[in-house]
Ligand binder design. Structure first.
Ligand code: PLP
Length: 445
């Protein structure tokens, strides 16, 4: 599967140059491999179906790739959407994701956001007790079809990336279960609210090992059992196990797999899959990362302190995390010639820089790659989640266009790459408009 994906990518790079998608006029574009996304969605669904007959909603974490056509594709694959802001909810609705496949999580839902969610009937996981009090009032005021739950933090500790570790002792997310008196209070508030029927946990993202994620799921399961025992009935009907499966950024290999994670869960928390609980998952990065590629042209090359540097048009605006935290977020860079064929240049230690005006705007530092020349094409794979879809407006650089691609006649001599527009590039007029262009005199009066 990985070989086919890298073949498809090579074909897409070549076709993007041949068909003029990537050009001197548009020197950075982003590609999404439609077949790859479908394959990941199918792998996720199959992985859970292999270990359980219980009902599972796989709600894609919209923040990982907030693009309407992506949400619609995943909806067509039977997935739902996990949203965490009014904007993300608007995207899910624009994509046609039905309310019964939409889940709202966020630590800062306003009263109006909650009211609207309950009116729509989308699932809501409360983050804290103050939010729960707002929901109490809304539930008392009007009937709702929304399944309602509470997010808990099992306080298991951090993974390799502090900023993405959600289950630490002092995490901002959910109700901290191990704080003095907290567990008893959580059980009590469920017993007092027969309509509160879900438990939610999300123990982290990239950098958190699957074993730690599974421990977090187990903690939610054990709490569900305790609540049900004390309630003397089945109060918890659904456990939302969050997302967070890490992605391998070092090669094309897709690991860990959903199948391995589902099996790990089945051995760590066997009761989770015995049919008593419906499940919700919220994977983001692991569904999209491998299927996105940034393409850019090398504008100039130079040497500095005898280090060769290729200056491209892809930097901090599309790879923000990597540029600001390269140790935590290393990316691969693949070199192609000006025609989009894999480069045969001499392997050379070099930097690949972005266009932004600060010294740290580097995609890779001292990386061994075929020596890049002006006009060459650089591809940055594994950027389908949290990269080009998360534009950072530094230097007023435009949001690049995003194109889906499919390869017809894959593996044959007549293979052809077909591109479709997912999002056009931002225009200069749009940049001016969103930069106060409509109010030039605002500060003169
Ligand atoms: C970010 C987030 C996810 C998705 O995390 P990934 O690492 O992209 O899989 C799922 N659930 C919640 C609550 C999140 O905040």
């Amino acid at each position: 599967m990985e070989d086919m994906a890298s073949d498809r990518r090579d074909q897409a790079v070549r076709a993007a140059v041949a068909q003029g998608l990537l050009s001197a006029a548009e020197p950075v574009v982003a590609l999404l491999d439609t077949a790859g996304i479908r394959a990941s969605a199918a792998a996720l669904t199959a992985a859970f179906a292999a270990v359980t007959d219980t009902r599972v909603l796989h709600a894609f974490a919209v923040k990982a790739a907030p693009l309407v056509p992506v949400l619609r594709l995943l909806d067509a694959c039977g997935l739902g959407a996990e949203v965490a802001s009014p904007g993300e909810l608007a995207l899910a609705r624009a994509a046609g994701v039905p309310p019964d496949r939409t889940v709202l999580d966020s630590p800062a839902k306003t009263h109006e956001e909650l009211r609207r969610a309950l009116a729509l009937g989308i699932a809501v996981n409360a983050d804290n007790l103050q939010e729960l009090a707002r929901i109490d009032a809304l539930v008392a005021g009007a009937p709702t079809a929304s399944p309602l739950g509470l997010r808990v933090n099992p306080q298991l500790g951090a993974g390799a990336i502090g900023a993405l570790s959600t289950a630490t002792g002092t995490s901002k997310f959910g109700v901290a279960l191990r704080d003095p008196g907290a567990r008893e209070a959580v059980v009590r508030l469920f017993l007092d609210r027969p309509w509160l029927r879900r438990l939610h946990t999300h123990s982290g993202s990239q950098g958190v090992p699957p074993t730690l994620m599974a421990e977090g799921v187990k903690a939610a399961y054990v709490l569900a059992e305790e609540i049900d025992t004390k309630a003397g009935r089945r109060q918890i009907d659904t456990i939302d196990i969050g997302g967070g499966l890490p992605v391998n950024f070092a090669s094309d290999e897709e690991t860990p797999t959903y199948a391995a994670y589902a099996e790990l869960l089945a051995s760590t928390v066997p009761g989770l899959f015995d049919g008593r609980y419906a499940l919700v998952t919220e994977f983001g990065r692991s569904l999209l990362a491998k299927h996105g590629t940034i393409l850019t042209r090398v504008e100039y090359t130079k040497t500095s302190g005898s280090r060769p540097i290729a200056v491209t048009h892809a930097g901090v605006q599309v790879a923000t995390r990597t540029v600001y935290a390269p140790e935590s977020w290393p990316l691969r860079v693949l070199a192609y010639d000006a025609g989009g064929r894999p480069s045969t240049g001499e392997e050379t230690v070099q930097d690949v820089a972005g266009p932004a005006c600060f010294a740290g705007d580097l995609l890779v530092t001292a990386r061994t790659l075929p020596l890049l020349r002006p006009g060459d094409v650089v591809a940055v794979p594994d950027t389908g989640a949290y990269y080009f879809a998360h534009h950072y407006a530094y230097n007023s650089l435009p949001r690049p266009s995003v194109h889906g691609f499919t390869v017809t006649g894959e593996g044959t001599a007549g293979a052809e790459v077909v591109f479709t527009t997912v999002r056009p590039a931002q225009t200069l007029d749009e940049i001016v408009a969103e930069s106060g262009g409509g109010w030039p005199d605002a500060l003169l009066t």
